[in-house]
Design a protein around this ligand. Structure first.
Ligand SMILES: *Cc1c(COP(=O)(O)O)cnc(C)c1O
Length: 357
């Protein structure tokens, strides 16, 4: 079996996706064609925000947000240490300092208690200016936004939602992509909503950020791309990817139901063997990954392998353990929960076309 069965999905949607791709080949507007605007409207409607702005990938989406928020050298931006590298990378890329935060042992998401501790530490040290928080909806589960929003407000920080894995998740009927000041997602093929290459998007209700990001994604354009009023980047979603995403977004609600069914079944069968994922009351996960905790992870992975069942380790290395961030001088004892997770988690196959068998 496949870890993520993109071929099964394509088989299911083939006629519609093929027709959408053919339409692009015929009209030939490969950059910012009509499918891009159509997708942005449908994404904004689905997520429940005023503006959805597509771009080249999820990392660029975060970079554009850092630029729009004016994150710069001397700023501290708080993010979980247990995440994919891009979350922390975009902070350092702007010359700012990533300040890592430990995880909640049950949800694997950023721990609000440790976040507040880290903010107070930065304030006490007086070297960096606390500027923003990037929370991550890890494995599809929205972070604890009710608590994070309180902390952001108390300390005057911007709150960014990295929903690269979280698209489709919910807290009390509010969808992932609508939390914080501004949110991002990724359409990398393995994400809950993936295209056939790279893609990403930014979501916000703020007209000012939206206008700024629309300019920044096309070389800091003013009236047009030959009128450059600021330094930006080149980060657009290809029309072909937008065409694919339009059909995948239409099928997404049904896939989300299937993913949740599969997760429920996993939990029913496995909760007596491993520590299975916790979904707090009122939360819905989009199950980017179904991740369990096992003390002897390697033995479990070998057992699955012998049965032809693929597994993956997300993530075996925390941000504070990455060579690129060695100079920040963190130790495992600074993040006991995340360091333990990196040694004990593994993920099982998960996609929208799983069969009971
Ligand atoms: C995948 C991912 C990204 C980056 O998305 P790309 O489209 O691969 O650039 C950022 N943050 C998290 C948490 C991710 O999982």
């Amino acid at each position: 079996m496949q870890f993520i069965d993109l071929a099964a999905q394509y088989k299911h949607l083939k006629e519609k996706i093929d027709a959408r791709i053919q339409a692009v080949l015929e009209h030939g507007h490969y950059i910012m064609g009509p499918e891009v605007a159509e997708l942005e409207d449908k994404l904004a409607e689905y997520v429940g925000v005023k503006h959805a702005i597509t771009c080249a990938n999820g990392t660029d989406a975060l970079t554009l947000v850092m630029m729009a928020l004016g994150i710069k050298e001397g700023d501290a931006v708080f993010c979980p240490t247990f995440t994919f590298f891009a979350t922390a990378e975009v902070i350092a890329y702007e010359g700012a300092t990533p300040v890592f935060v430990d995880s909640d042992a049950d949800t694997f998401n950023i721990c609000p208690l440790d976040l507040e501790k880290q903010i107070q530490k930065v304030i006490a040290e007086g070297k960096l200016k606390p500027a923003a928080i990037i929370a991550v909806d890890l494995f599809g589960l929205p972070a604890n936004y009710p608590e994070l929003e309180k902390i952001a407000k108390q300390y005057g920080l911007k709150l960014v939602e990295d929903a690269a894995q979280g698209f489709g998740g919910e807290i009390e009927d509010k969808r992932a992509g609508s939390f914080g000041d501004i949110a991002t997602t990724s359409f990398f093929p393995a994400k809950p909503l993936g295209c056939y290459g790279d893609g990403g998007a930014i979501f916000t209700n703020d007209d000012h950020y939206a206008e700024l990001i629309r300019s920044l994604r096309v070389h800091g354009k003013g009236k047009d791309k030959y009128d450059n009023i600021r330094v930006g980047m080149n980060s657009r979603l290809d029309t072909l990817q937008a065409a694919v995403l339009l059909e995948k977004l239409a099928a997404f609600p049904q896939e989300l139901i299937s993913r949740n069914k599969a997760a429920k079944r996993y939990s029913r069968e496995l909760s007596s063997i491993y520590k299975t994922p916790v979904t707090p009351v009122g939360y819905l996960s989009s199950w980017a990954q179904y991740t369990v905790v096992a003390e002897d992870r390697n033995a479990e992975i070998e057992m699955y392998k012998s049965k032809g069942i693929p597994t993956m380790i997300y993530y075996g290395t925390c941000m504070h353990q990455q060579t690129a961030f060695e100079a920040l001088g963190y130790q495992d004892s600074d993040f006991p929960v995340a360091s333990r997770l990196a040694k004990t988690v593994f993920s099982l196959p998960m996609h929208g076309y799983m069969m009971d068998k």
